[in-house]
Design a protein around this ligand. Sequence first.
Ligand code: NAD
Ligand code: MG
Length: 412
Amino acid sequence: MSSNSTISKKTITILGATGSIGRSTIDVISGSPDLFDVHAVTAHKNAVGLAEAAKKLGARKAVIADNAQKEALKALLEGTSIIVEAGREAVISVAAEKVDLVVAAIMGFAGLKPIIAALEKGTDIAIANKEPLVAAGKMIMTMAKDKGAKILPIDSEHNAIFQVFEEENRAQIERLILTASGGPFLRWSKEDILNATPKQAIAHPTWSMGAKISVDSATLMNKALEIIEAAHLFSMPADKIDVVIHPQSTIHSLISYKDGSMLSQMGASDMRTPIALALGWPKRLDKGGDILDITSLTQGNGLTFEKPDTNKFPSITYAYKCIELGQGACIALNAANEVAVARFLNHEIVFGDIMRCVAYSINELYPELAASGAYDKNNLKTVEEIEKLDTIVRQATNKFIDTSCKAPDRAA
Ligand code: NAD
Ligand code: MG
């Protein structure tokens, strides 16, 4: 008999069902169809992908954020009983409809409001969407605690730590060690990195992911966001969180305990494994990601670990700085990065400009905003206040790009 038979069925909503994490989630659910009853799937603009996902999963609802895609989605789902809704507010409302688990797989800060809406109803969240944790981690974790909702990390590093985190031995934790692949430019010279193209930046050596997170991996901003994410998820001070470059992406992160034990979780570079863990928790599913053949690890360089080069990749330094400066700085870091990455992917700036935008936002803009009283840095209590600061930083970063960055085709 399948061990899955001991797991009780969960109702589930997938936010961002057409993305990289969304599609892997669908794959995991399809591997254990008796265990999940899909309430809703959502997407931004991709009506075709959303209609396919809704049909494949037998979802009750398909919700598309872009109103302009509503009729297309309706036409694609004609003849089915799947309810179609559209608009940003509809995505937030459907996240608030009570299910056992919401999978948060929207890309970027845009995922914050739906997460908050789900938490308000006390719904457990399997969270891949790290940007809301960076911008509003304290609010998310406090709300989850108050409402009795669980936050189950999908991000592979945090999922690994989650699997080896001994809450009863919290005081004996020496440090959390996040592994990083180093991205596609690990061995490139600093000069070559500055002019890398979007195509080069999204060609990740070990993981297949959405465009934004792939660029974040190339700048190592992904790891910077993950440091802040880990601080919130595990309630750990920044000085207990380290990063180590591990190009093979096999050990997904480690905890070093004071007695000398280092506990880690390892596996193939396959997001279906952490997704399966989050979906099945506290049980394990029969099917997740590919099973790693450990004898294959002796091929090539085996498993290697090295310190990150913060001169070549300064993002990690910004993470620690922003944690020290507080939530306002973390919001600024994330917003400037999201704007810069989008404009880089749109071929409007060169790769090196991404870090220039981040540097501008933390070293110039943030101190100005903090001093001007444009927002109260100790009082970012509501989503509206957080959104307001996010918007100010986005506008200022766009202006910085328009005035201080050269389009790639005009770059020297
Ligand atoms: P993706 O770009 O492939 O997919 C994003 C999904 O969100 C799509 O379904 C899209 O339609 C939806 N979406 C985008 N903008 C939206 C908006 N404004 N409103 C509503 N929906 C919107 O991204 P991804 O790689 O799947 O990543 C999703 C999240 O998971 C990100 O926060 C990323 O950092 C995190 N994450 C991804 C991976 C990975 O392997 N891809 C690993 C760890 C963490
Ligand atoms: Mg990760």
